[in-house]
Design a binder for this molecule. Structure first.
Ligand code: SF4
Length: 164
């Protein structure tokens, strides 16, 4: 039996909140109701607009691969940087699985002109395998995970669904 393909968005959501990845993976989508998400989309669409090379490979969609071998991911703010770093590491992991070696990553925050370099090491490989397994387990469970009651909930597109 084929394993469920996990997208980078699912991995990102898993690191933010298990309930969020469950909701998203069960096609419960409220992205359009969140102004924060809208702002993120505008920044995303206008950054690197002239030289943008969005690439889809299997379940991953990479914002930009430069001729310098750097995979760039554009983000609105560095508030959730840990999740962004792992999302980018997942791209590098996936490319490696496809035989693409010697690529590194860079997170780009156009609003603050901040850049963060991201690399994949051997320990990351097993951590990503573990994360993917846990995501599949969460998606497969019938019960929705509980609300996490954290400050990050206020900017989550599922806020109304979880709290109102
Ligand atoms: S509002 Fe909070 S609990 Fe609900 S999905 Fe978002 S992050 Fe998770």
């Amino acid at each position: 039996m084929n394993e469920i393909q996990i997208t980078a968005t699912q991995l990102n959501y898993y690191l933010i909140c298990k309930r969020k990845v469950w909701l998203f993976s069960h096609q419960i989508n409220m992205e359009h109701t969140s102004e924060v998400v809208e702002l993120g989309k505008v920044i995303h669409e206008n950054s690197y607009a002239r030289e943008k090379k969005e690439v889809s490979i299997g379940p991953i969609k990479i914002d930009f691969i430069g001729s310098d071998g750097v995979v760039r991911e554009i983000k609105k703010s560095a508030k959730m940087e840990k999740a962004h770093i792992w999302q980018l590491k997942y791209y590098l992991y996936y490319l490696k699985k496809k035989g693409v070696e010697n690529v590194t990553g860079e997170l780009v925050y156009p609003k603050t002109r901040q850049k963060t370099k991201v690399e994949l090491n051997d320990r990351d490989l097993s951590k990503i395998e573990q994360i993917l397994k846990e995501i599949r387990d969460i998606i497969g469970q019938e019960a929705i995970p509980p609300v996490i009651d954290k400050p990050r909930c206020k900017s989550c597109s599922y806020y109304e669904l979880c709290y109102i």
